[in-house]
Write a protein that binds this ligand. Structure first.
Ligand code: HAM
Length: 428
């Protein structure tokens, strides 16, 4: 066992690329999740949860075996008992489509669903890129028209606004239908074959398996031939063209600015027609905050009846970084911290805190004793607006001493009976 090799005295650490979210940071995460949940609900998206572990073939078939994710980034292991090959999910779409097929979810009507949680990719960690990361993932299952593609993009614009993020830009593209891509593939292979000497090893290896991905290459000598490559968007069929025009019209009607980027191809193979990404300039190389598109072939690819679908995912870490950069603060401090001295006061404090919580207030009672001074220090560190001070004198007088911690107004004695009614005003 690996455990046996870890000396007793060595300090255990989190796995590289997998981060803890500590209490000071968590309010930002909760804010992103709360705002997203509310926004998605406004458009009729309902929550659905799928396992973190799925059978490996789901991702190989779903995401595509020539993609970076499947080729080199999956956490795959053999189940010790069954010998089955299992994988920690690198994304949520394949699992959601599997679940939709398995539970006949779109038998009667299409479904708008969303999920959130950990994803795992064995990438090289850097700012904004981790091996365990979190996504908000949204899928519209069983919808064929361009209206739903546009609706998702518009919903994201609303989410950015609700989060106070102003500097995000949108890129969209159409990668056509399967036949368009097949034809284009041949044309692209011919184009790059003509310039074979300029390709790096990766591009040479991929040329015949996934030539579209060559367009993503950052290899400097290839940039010119990439720029001169035939563009898929100029050759897509009428149906795909009409669909893309529909998406653009809906975005124009909604006043959403976008750039059509013929080079936007995305890193997963299941897409067709619309693809899009929302980008930021604030996170260096990891510019994509959200990405998605249409994947009309995936249901069939995974053994289900053919069904059109469209979706996207946002990286929560990246949203949190943007909020932090914008100095966003969410105050999750309690309204009051109760400082008390003596056994009678401790019991009284516990009862008082429960009464205040009955009214919905967040109240922390000092635990673990300590002098008046040290308790006041803890009250201050808790971020509470008020310290409620209870000692023998207060109990005898039937009052609580209320000391504002965030302003210089002095303390007041408030009759215990009146505290629940007055505490909000006292903290304001
Ligand atoms: P994706 O573009 O691979 O798409 O990921 C979506 C978002 O997840 C990215 O834009 C980024 O914000 C975040 N992300 C991806 N990898 C990492 C990482 N290593 N560290 C931190 N954040 C990361 C998908 O996953 C598709 N399943 C989206 C989709 C849903 N398409 C249709 N439905």
């Amino acid at each position: 066992m690996d455990n046996a090799r870890i000396g007793k005295s060595s300090v255990l650490q989190a796995v590289r690329g997998m981060n803890d979210v500590l209490p000071d940071e968590a309010p930002l995460w909760q804010h992103v999740e709360d705002v997203a949940r509310r926004t998605f609900a406004q458009y009729g998206y309902r929550n659905l949860r799928v396992p973190v572990v799925e059978s490996t073939p789901l991702f190989v078939r779903g995401i595509g075996d020539a993609t970076d994710i499947v080729e080199k980034e999956m956490y795959t292991f053999a189940d010790k008992l069954s010998g089955d090959s299992l994988t920690l999910r690198p994304e949520a779409t394949a699992g959601i489509v599997r679940a939709a097929i398995e539970h006949n979810l779109i038998y009667e009507r299409p479904q708008r669903v969303w999920t959130s949680g950990q994803m795992f990719r064995h990438e090289r960690p850097q700012k904004g890129r981790y091996r365990q990361f979190h996504q908000l993932d949204v899928e519209a299952l069983g919808f064929a028209g361009p209206d739903v593609d546009a609706e998702q993009i518009i919903m994201l614009a609303r989410l950015w606004k609700a989060l106070g993020l102003t500097d995000l830009s949108l890129k969209i593209n159409s990668i056509g239908d399967a036949d368009d891509r097949k034809r284009h593939r041949t044309t692209l292979i011919e184009h790059f074959e003509r310039h074979r000497s300029l390709l790096d090893d990766d591009a040479k290896r991929r040329l015949h398996t996934n030539p579209l991905r060559l367009l993503d290459s950052k290899h400097p000598p290839m940039q010119e031939i990439i720029a001169g490559a035939p563009r898929l968007i100029d050759r897509i069929g009428d149906a795909a063209r009409e669909h893309f025009d529909g998406v653009r019209r809906a975005l124009d009607d909604a006043g959403i600015a976008y750039e059509v980027d013929a080079r936007l191809v995305r890193g997963l193979d299941y897409y067709n027609r619309t693809v899009f990404e929302w980008l930021t300039g604030a996170l260096g190389a990891q510019a994509a905050v959200a990405g998605g598109g249409r994947y009309d072939g995936l249901f069939e690819q995974l053994g289900g009846k053919p069904a059109p679908a469209c979706g996207f995912a946002c990286g929560i870490e990246r949203l949190v970084m943007l909020l932090r950069a914008a100095d966003f603060v969410r105050n999750d401090a309690p309204i009051a911290y109760i400082v008390h001295a003596g056994d009678a006061a401790a019991a009284f404090a516990a009862g008082l805190a429960e009464r205040l919580r009955d009214d919905g207030h967040a109240v922390v009672v000092n635990a673990g004793g300590g002098s008046f001074k040290s308790q006041m220090k803890k009250a201050d560190a808790s971020g509470a607006a008020l310290a409620l001070i209870i000692g023998d004198d207060e109990i005898a007088a039937g009052t609580v001493t209320v000391k504002p911690l965030r302003r210089d107004t002095g303390q007041v004695a408030v009759p215990t009976q009146e505290l629940a009614a007055r505490i909000a005003a006292l903290a304001a």
